[in-house]
Design a protein around this ligand. Structure first.
Ligand SMILES: NC(=O)c1ccc[n+]([C@@H]2O[C@H](COP(=O)([O-])OP(=O)(O)OC[C@H]3O[C@@H](n4cnc5c(N)ncnc54)[C@H](O)[C@@H]3O)[C@@H](O)[C@H]2O)c1
Length: 317
């Protein structure tokens, strides 16, 4: 289903032609949504000296987002990673609004609203109505098809995926997801923005799971099957990947952090879309979710979590 040659050639870093010049320089970024991802995107954008307009539906969500940015920056200052001047400059660059009409000066819109196709398409149409013809529209969707979202656009060649990772101010990867109609100039402009945000961009075709989830989920599901079959304990399987392969965190500990329910729904989605047995959710995952063992957020998953002591004090069940 996905082995046809993409219309766009995915260039490597050697990219002979620089098409970014055919779009105007990006100075102002609007972030739609001030939640878990949106506040982090706003923070890294402002820290990279872009003017930032964050739009959410109510003042409470905007206030929560700004407080989260302030906390991140305060921690950065206390660790000596952010100077007080940079903290102040970053905060000063972020404006907030509840009105979509206020994003008019944006050269790039990054949408980080809830994972719902209709909502994202209506935000895309609304953004197009209020921004210039050259404005790029990027979505932070973790699973929806960029091509499908772009179906709602008048300028679908300027629609692209820009998939950040949580927490945004720490995780360095950005997946640039190329829809069927996304132009090379759009991809190159987003690559430049990601690099200015000190991120490492990779370019991926618009396929279910993109690159990161597809590979990461396979590893996590296989680790669960190994626990199910009694190959080794959760802790030992994680240790194998941490010490034998230098992964910063084993796949089961990571599953506990992401949430077993979230993992189950991604596995079901990828199994349905890609039809590969590698994505069939293991029985142990379904059972644990039905028992309310959702990982860190419920206090128990493949590990038991002590709310006050955090990750390091986790112990195997
Ligand atoms: N949480 C993650 O780890 C993660 C990682 C990568 C990608 N994503 C994707 O990022 C997107 C956002 O996820 P999140 O975890 O930040 O969600 P979230 O629920 O934390 O935040 C979503 C925010 O969008 C706001 N919102 C709702 N409707 C809106 C509208 N019409 N206009 C503007 N804002 C609106 C909500 O009030 C909320 O503040 C989703 O597409 C998700 O799949 C999430």
């Amino acid at each position: 289903m996905f082995d046809s040659v993409p219309r766009i050639t995915l260039k490597t870093d050697s990219g002979e032609k620089n098409l970014a010049t055919s779009l105007p320089p990006i100075r102002t970024i609007s972030v739609l949504g001030a939640g878990t991802m949106g506040h982090g995107i706003a923070q890294v954008a402002a820290a990279a000296d872009y003017d930032v307009i964050v739009r959410d539906v109510d003042d409470e969500s905007l206030a929560r987002g700004r407080q989260a940015i302030e906390r991140n920056l305060a921690k950065g200052v206390s660790l000596g990673k952010v100077s007080e001047e940079d903290r102040d400059r970053t905060l000063a660059r972020i404006k907030t609004t509840t009105r979509l009409e206020d994003i008019g000066s944006a050269d790039l819109v990054i949408e980080a609203a809830p994972e719902n196709l209709d909502l994202k398409q209506s935000l895309l149409r609304g953004s197009e109505a209020h921004t210039s013809e050259k404005c790029i529209w990027a979505t932070n969707t973790s699973s929806l098809s960029i091509t499908k979202i772009a179906g709602a656009a008048a300028r679908s060649e300027q629609v692209v995926g820009m998939h950040f990772f949580n927490p945004v101010h720490i995780m360095r990867l950005v997946e640039i997801v190329v829809g069927e109609r996304t132009s090379d100039a759009t991809v190159e402009a987003i690559r430049a923005v990601a690099q200015r945000m000190k991120k490492e961009p990779i370019v991926v075709r618009d396929v279910p799971g993109f690159a990161s989830s597809r590979l990461g989920v396979t590893l996590g599901l296989e680790a669960m099957r190994m626990v199910e079959q009694g190959v080794a304990s959760a802790r030992d399987i994680d240790t194998a990947m941490e010490l034998g392969y230098n992964h910063p965190m084993g796949p089961l500990r990571l599953t506990d952090l992401v949430g077993l329910d979230v993992r189950l729904s991604i596995a079901e989605y990828l199994h349905g879309q890609l039809g590969s047995e590698a994505f069939r959710p293991p029985e142990i995952l379904r059972r644990m979710v039905s028992q309310g063992k959702l990982g860190k957020k419920s206090g128990e998953g493949f590990y038991k979590w002590n709310e006050h002591e955090g990750t390091q004090k986790a112990y195997t069940t």
